[in-house]
Design a protein around this ligand. Structure first.
Ligand code: UDX
Length: 442
């Protein structure tokens, strides 16, 4: 099939690459000229494991092309995926301007009707709203069919998630389009992945509800973790004991510095907006947000207790991205941590295997903030190591080398990712999430 995709951001690019890989002929629109230049060379402007290889494969097959022109995309196919951003506005509402702009541009230049498939995460009722908007802007008074096909991929394992999904959800109010989606996802259906058809509102809600539920799980375990830190107990054992109940499940019960990234914080806000629009109370979601926001204050309090004060203390930070496997720093815990620690007078040496260039744009190097060449380099002479992101190279790092490099043998593990026995054997003082602190070190 021929398919057009508007937006070569995270979701758009992975969708384009994977649909091209299974043989569809994809034309993908990217408006940003510098990103387009990179994409036209068959390279990826984002870091995602395996993406460069897939892009070069589909480039040589000739199944994926890029353009800056929505007109060309509209001529290329009658099926157009919308994969543009839906960020939060300062008041927490969803900014639909990119989705609306794309829909209006398609409506204005289309000579024939199109099926518009939204992969962007949007508030309930957006499909209906866009179909009316497009009709108003169509010079030929065309009626467009809107479908919602939410994406559930996780950064860092996005290709794997796209190719091997738990489910594919398609919301469309006209049943006659089912066969079209069966054709688009034929390769997946053959592999036995469930294709769930719903109306558009249900599909839009499935996406918000899924992300908000996962965020709720994370805040819940973080609350239990705070109890364990005071009462005693080990959060890893507690999470395991809970998660072995299949009704609860083991995933997304990792206590830590809270959730960040481009989806959970924004989608919780989006669901709250939707709830408010329909007169439904939002206390549960507000609590999830509050608990998450408190994670940083909480860890800073523990570090401060261990160090006495931050003033003039050299702190090594391992990890800046919102999670391992990505260079994405959107809503990352590191942003708030670094800004608080600098305000409190700490001297920071930070290291991340992927996210330093983007982080430097927000926090340029300064007298009290330097960027290390390696994890080892960041440790040298520090008064404490604070682990913010659970990159594999940190998990594999020898605790003995940590001990030798630090000036003061204190490790605060914000992701509980080190091997505890080895850390203790190395003689490090180890502060973990969800466990009482050892005797304070200053
Ligand atoms: C999420 C959803 O998982 C995905 O389905 C959706 O399409 C997009 O949003 P992503 O943001 O890439 O994916 O990352 P995810 O792995 O879900 O982690 C989100 C945040 O939660 C990260 O900051 C992570 O560190 C944190 N997290 C995750 C925890 O703190 N504990 C956990 O147990 C799991």
């Amino acid at each position: 099939m021929t398919i057009s995709i508007i937006g070569a951001g995270y979701v758009g690019l992975i969708t384009a690459a994977c649909l091209a890989r299974v043989g569809h002929r994809i034309l993908c629109v990217e408006k940003n000229p510098s990103r387009l230049a990179i994409l036209e060379k068959g390279q990826s402007p984002i870091y995602e494991k395996g993406l460069d290889e897939v892009l070069s494969e589909v480039f040589s097959q000739g199944t994926l092309r890029f353009t800056s022109s929505i007109e060309e995309a509209s001529e290329h196919s009658d099926v157009i995926f919308l994969c543009v951003g839906t960020p939060s506005l300062p008041n927490g509402d969803v900014d639909l301007s990119q989705v609306e702009d794309a829909a209006i541009s398609i409506a204005r230049c289309s000579q024939t009707t199109k099926i518009i498939v939204s992969k962007s995460t949007v508030p309930v009722g957006t499909a209906h709203h866009l179909s009316q908007l497009m009709r108003r802007h169509s010079p030929h008074d065309l009626e467009f069919t809107l479908a919602s096909n939410p994406e559930f991929l996780k950064e860092g394992v996005a290709l794997e998630d796209f190719m091997h999904p738990d489910r594919i959800v398609v919301g469309c109010d006209q049943n006659q389009w089912r066969t079209l989606f069966e054709e688009i996802y034929q390769s997946w259906i053959k592999e036995g992945f469930p294709l769930l058809f719903t109306d558009t509102i249900s599909a839009e809600l499935i996406k918000y509800a899924s992300n908000s539920f996962l965020a709720t799980k994370i805040s819940f375990i973080n609350m239990i973790s705070d109890i364990a830190e005071n009462a005693g107990g080990r959060i890893s054992d507690i999470a395991l004991g809970m998660g072995l109940d299949p009704r609860i499940g083991r995933l997304f019960l990792q206590a830590g510095l809270g959730y960040g990234g481009s989806c959970f914080p924004k989608d919780i806000k989006g669901l709250m907006q939707t709830a408010r629009n329909f007169g439904v109370k939002t206390e549960l979601l507000e609590a999830v947000e509050h608990i998450n926001a408190d994670r940083i204050k909480h860890i800073l309090h523990r570090v401060q207790k261990a160090l006495g004060s931050f003033l003039g203390k050299k702190i090594c930070l391992w990890g800046l991205s919102f999670k391992e496997g990505t260079n994405d720093i959107r809503d990352a815990a590191s942003l708030t941590l670094v800004s608080h620690l600098l305000e409190e007078g700490a001297i920071l040496k930070v290291y991340d295997p992927q996210a330093m260039p983007d982080f430097m744009e927000i926090f340029p190097p300064s007298e009290r903030l330097s960027y290390a060449q390696s994890a080892q380099d960041a440790l040298l002479d520090a008064d404490a190591l604070l682990i913010v992101t659970a990159w594999q190279e940190f998990k594999d790092f020898s605790p003995h080398r940590i001990k030798e490099s630090l000036r003061n043998p204190l490790v605060i593990d914000g992701r509980n990712c080190l091997h505890e026995n080895q850390v203790h054997q190395a003689g490090l003082s180890y502060i973990k999430i969800g466990e009482k602190s050892p005797r304070s070190h200053s």
